[in-house]
Design a protein around this ligand. Structure first.
Ligand SMILES: [Zn+2]
Length: 159
């Protein structure tokens, strides 16, 4: 599926091919909450990095969070956002260079409605943030047991 995305002020626009476009993965970690706002969680999609095309690249800024588990104390995950309006756009990590993870909030293309959700990192959620689960949803206090690709394959939703 081809996805088109943009920041709020329109300085950055991007397109990419996404074999895993269902917005099912709600991340309640403190980094997503603080940098993304929303309902206390952020939603990442799976895309192919080599297909990512960006207009307004000069307006991009990258944020790498502190991470005590990394040897240099910095998370290798690069969160790209617009330096003018602050919209979070996508994540990229050199450990998985072929993948890119756009935030569903930045995508303008209508996304498919996921049949079930994964709620992850609920151990880090804000106390006021209610985890509202459907009958087939899964909840993980840390990382989920399935990758974005495996979730789409199990439900036959690969596009
Ligand atoms: Zn912007």
């Amino acid at each position: 599926m081809k996805l088109e995305g943009s920041c709020h002020c329109g300085s950055v626009r991007f397109t990419l091919e996404s074999p895993h476009p269902y917005p099912y993965n709600r991340c309640y970690c403190s980094i997503c909450r603080k940098t993304q706002g929303g309902g206390g969680y952020a939603v990442n999609l799976g895309g192919e990095y080599e297909t990512l095309k960006v207009e307004g690249e000069e307006h991009l800024t990258v944020y790498q969070a502190k991470d005590d588990r990394s040897p240099d104390g910095i998370s290798p995950l690069k969160r790209h956002f617009c330096s003018k309006c602050g919209s979070s756009l996508w994540c990229w990590d050199h450990r998985w260079p072929d993948l890119v993870h756009p935030f569903a909030s930045a995508i303008d293309t209508p996304l498919p409605d996921p049949p079930e959700l994964v709620h992850l990192m609920t151990g880090s959620k804000a106390p006021w943030c209610r985890v509202e689960t459907g009958p087939d949803d899964k909840v993980f206090t840390e990382y989920p047991d399935e990758s974005l690709a495996a979730w789409h394959e199990r439900l036959n939703l690969t596009s």
